[in-house]
Design a protein around this ligand. Structure first.
Ligand SMILES: Cc1cc2nc3c(=O)[nH]c(=O)nc-3n(C[C@H](O)[C@H](O)[C@H](O)COP(=O)(O)O)c2cc1C
Length: 336
């Protein structure tokens, strides 16, 4: 069957495509970032390419104290994805400020600093400690953490607690704040609206999905932590759907999209769904040079489709479909 396209394809050269993006008033030379927890603080990646060539480096979520993370085994393979229960292993905010952030600044990287806490006050304290630190382009607030003050309920799964964290962080910083959303909710638009109302300047989405793998010999969960976060290509359609829904509800709010991006065309899906930039996570473990390859592939794909700027495709998938919809067709979102 012939497929028609509204795009005018021309012979634009990839090098002519303007890849610059602005997120909450902060300019980035291109839309390809790392994802939190998948490239530490950028040092390891710098042996494969210059970290300054990335749109931004999103650092592993940092907490107040040094942490060793969760017990092993904390990785399990899944079809087309990975299950991890690493937890928030890291050096703590003081070491991060002393070593990691200055390293990123010296290497001209644009740091998106991810913070995580187990209480609202811990998030506020982290934002306070980062106040005035050189080289912080954005703060990404990882709210997929259990709240010790509320029976371990994950902040990101409750609009009220998610908003409380963002409000507390917002009070302590002048840097734009992105709230990182979890897909493990019934209505992601409700959580997105609550955090934007509380002062988030943008949204990062999605974090991993909660999953479990059972060892069929021991008939016990493979991970010592029992459950883990599912990431990689398996979650891409969920992530694209979430970005789509949130962009439809609040098209002016910038979104950093992520979830299973492996190629430039995967990144293009996120942009068309409404993300202004993307993070590459799990792919980097098997292919450390992937962010630069994905950037090249995206630039090429935009050129082939005749776009002069990456900004032109943001949200394009929301324009009405060309296909005729019959009157008895089910509305979007109906069960199959
Ligand atoms: C090993 C691992 C560690 C992660 N650590 C963090 C983290 O510290 N903070 C965070 O917000 N997200 C963390 N994530 C989630 C990723 O940033 C990303 O949201 C998710 O994996 C989906 O993207 P991907 O499929 O490209 O990996 C981690 C993911 C993985 C696989």
């Amino acid at each position: 069957m012939a497929v028609t396209s509204e795009h005018t394809y021309d012979d634009r050269r990839a090098t002519d495509v303007d890849m610059g993006v602005t997120l909450a008033g902060v300019h980035f030379p291109n839309p390809v970032f790392t994802a939190s927890g998948c490239a530490a603080a950028g040092r390891e990646l710098n042996q494969f390419f210059d970290v300054a060539d990335l749109g931004g480096v999103v650092t592993k979520s940092v907490m107040r104290e040094p942490r060793t993370g969760r017990p092993t085994p904390r990785m399990a393979e899944t079809p087309s994805g990975m299950l991890n229960s690493i937890g928030l292993q890291g050096p703590g905010i003081d070491a991060f400020l002393a070593k990691d952030l200055p390293w990123l600044d010296e290497h001209d990287a644009r740091a998106v600093v991810s913070i995580a806490g187990s209480s609202v006050e811990e998030y506020a304290l982290l934002a306070r400690k980062l106040r005035g630190a050189r080289g912080v382009a954005l703060l990404e607030v990882n709210i997929s953490c259990p709240n010790v003050e509320d029976r371990g309920q994950v902040f990101a799964c409750h609009a009220g607690s998610a908003a409380e964290v963002i409000r507390a962080v917002r009070r302590e910083t002048r840097v734009p704040v992105f709230a990182k959303l979890s897909p493990d909710v019934t209505d992601i638009v409700e959580i997105a609206s609550a955090v934007v109302e509380a002062g988030a300047n943008g949204l990062s989405m999605i974090n991993t999905l909660l999953g479990m793998v059972i060892d069929t010999d021991t008939l016990r969960p493979v991970l010592a932590g029992l459950t883990g976060g599912l990431s990689g290509p398996a979650i891409r359609p969920v992530a694209v759907r979430a970005v789509w829904q949130v962009h439809a509800a609040m098209p002016k709010v910038p979104i950093l999209g992520m979830g299973g991006i492996r190629t430039g065309l995967d990144a293009l899906q996120f942009l068309a769904a409404g993300a202004s930039a993307v993070s590459v996570g799990t792919t980097v473990f098997g292919d450390p040079g992937a962010p630069m390859r994905i950037l090249d592939e995206l630039r090429q794909a935009l050129a082939e489709r005749g776009h002069a700027s990456v900004r032109d495709v943001v949200g394009l998938a929301h324009r009405p479909a060309v296909a005729t919809i019959t009157e008895d067709a089910d509305p979007p979102g109906s069960p199959t």
